[in-house]
Design a protein around this ligand. Structure first.
Ligand SMILES: *Cc1c(COP(=O)(O)O)cnc(C)c1O
Length: 414
């Protein structure tokens, strides 16, 4: 048998949507560089929320500008206490089964409270990535609509948690990749095919936003299905923390699904899918990965209930306003320096090669800020840079100081 295989080409895949042989070595090279500079594998204790972490090996203290907990609710006492209280009350970590069969009363309560708060049928799960893995193949094959397959168009910048499903979806239907925010491309596809779904993010993880009104217009005119991942906007933006996608897609209807992680600004752990009707909710609950043991564990249910309580308090508005204040202040100080993400809490500075990206993040760390260097394949080749996130639990003074330091470091490294 082994003699028959003469060339690796005989067993390698078609690599139409992913290519580990190319991607993994490129990624590992960049991570190696980061590790050499001591920027990976840091072990810390939180001295003061996210604004003061202490490196347990060196004692170095720094602010975390790499956290997606944009409002600092991940350390809010109400959230932490609710996780403990849920375990105390239920005395079981979870049911460990497909929870469309049997679920705890506290889980049903969470579903009801999330649905009331976000004005949709809200399906929680262990992560947002799992929700996309469960939903997108069913969307593709037409089982959320009329039973006929849809052409699925991914925005080129759609998050890895959706992109990595392309080969699975391509087994069901035609998959396309659309240039970033290119509604003309989308319209051409809608003219050509009767059923089209667009998969994109609301606020993109490396900065920038979807053209929501352009997308809505295509939905209105062609019936395009819209699947938006709003992980970086939920809680951080919008009334009641509804996020960015829901500012335009306020009522969801049968052709829109919004998913989001609740491990980010929301302050708990897991993910949610917001859908328009109860039948869809029930269908998805028993589908694919969600039918395994992917329900939220008891402690996670508790922290999500606690986070909702915080969302209903004035603190949500206060932290959102502080975040907006920090963004405006930062944008003013950094104007003209070519950062991506103006007006957004996610900023990206492109410096070009991996080495400069690591040097920039290392120097920022030395000055007391952890920001993530990002490389190919997360960003395009030759477009390495550093991502930094502003938060609503950052005091103005810290944002000012960060802007000053960043300007100095950019002048040195840039
Ligand atoms: C973080 C993130 C996810 C993954 O969320 P999990 O809940 O960790 O699975 C999905 N989509 C986007 C855009 C993200 O930034």
């Amino acid at each position: 048998m082994s003699e028959e295989i003469t060339d690796v080409a005989d067993i390698t895949g078609p690599h139409r949507y992913r290519n580990n042989r190319k991607m993994v070595p490129a990624g590992e090279e960049a991570w190696g560089l980061s590790r050499e500079h001591g920027m990976l594998g840091l072990v810390v204790e939180a001295v003061e929320g996210q604004n003061r972490l202490r490196d347990l090996r060196t004692g170095h203290e720094f602010a975390n500008l790499s956290s997606c907990s944009y409002l600092g609710f991940n350390s809010h006492p109400t959230v932490v206490e609710a996780g403990r209280a849920a375990l105390e009350q239920e005395q079981i970590t979870g049911l460990s089964m497909g929870e469309f069969r049997i679920r705890l009363g506290i889980m049903e309560r969470l579903e009801e409270e999330l649905s009331a708060h976000f004005g949709a049928q809200v399906l929680p799960s262990v992560s947002c990535g799992v929700l996309s893995a469960a939903i997108l193949p069913l969307l593709a094959s037409g089982h959320l609509t009329d039973g006929e397959p849809l052409v699925v168009v991914f925005d080129r910048f759609a998050h890895f948690s959706m992109n990595f499903l392309k080969p699975v979806i391509a087994d069901e239907t035609l998959v396309m990749t659309c240039p970033h925010n290119d509604t003309q491309f989308l319209e051409d596809v809608c003219k050509r095919y009767p059923r089209v779904a667009y998969v994109a993010e609301g606020v993109y993880s490396t900065g920038g936003q979807a053209d929501l009104s352009g997308i809505k217009d295509l939905q209105d005119r062609y019936g395009m299905f819209v699947y938006l991942d709003d992980s970086h906007a939920l809680s951080a933006m919008g009334e009641r923390g509804l996020g960015y996608a829901r500012t335009v897609f306020d009522t969801l209807g049968p052709r829109t699904i919004v998913v989001a992680s609740i491990a980010k600004a929301f302050g708990a752990t897991g993910g949610i899918a917001m859908v328009g009707d109860r039948d869809l909710f029930d269908f998805l609950y028993r589908s694919g990965p969600l039918a395994w043991s992917q329900g939220l564990r008891t402690a996670a249910i508790g922290t999500a209930l606690g986070a909702l309580e915080v969302h209903r308090s004035p603190l949500l508005g206060e932290r959102q306003r502080q975040l907006a204040h920090n963004i405006a202040l930062f944008d003013k100080r950094l104007a003209g320096h070519g950062l991506r993400g103006e007006g957004s809490h996610i900023k990206f500075v492109t410096v070009g090669d991996n080495d400069r990206a690591v040097r920039l993040s290392t120097e920022l760390y030395r000055r007391g800020y952890y920001c993530s260097a990002m490389f190919f394949p997360i960003v395009a080749r030759g477009q390495a840079g550093v991502r930094m996130m502003l938060r609503g639990d950052m005091p103005t003074e810290l944002t000012e100081r960060f802007a000053t330091d960043l300007l100095e470091v950019l002048a040195d490294v840039g």
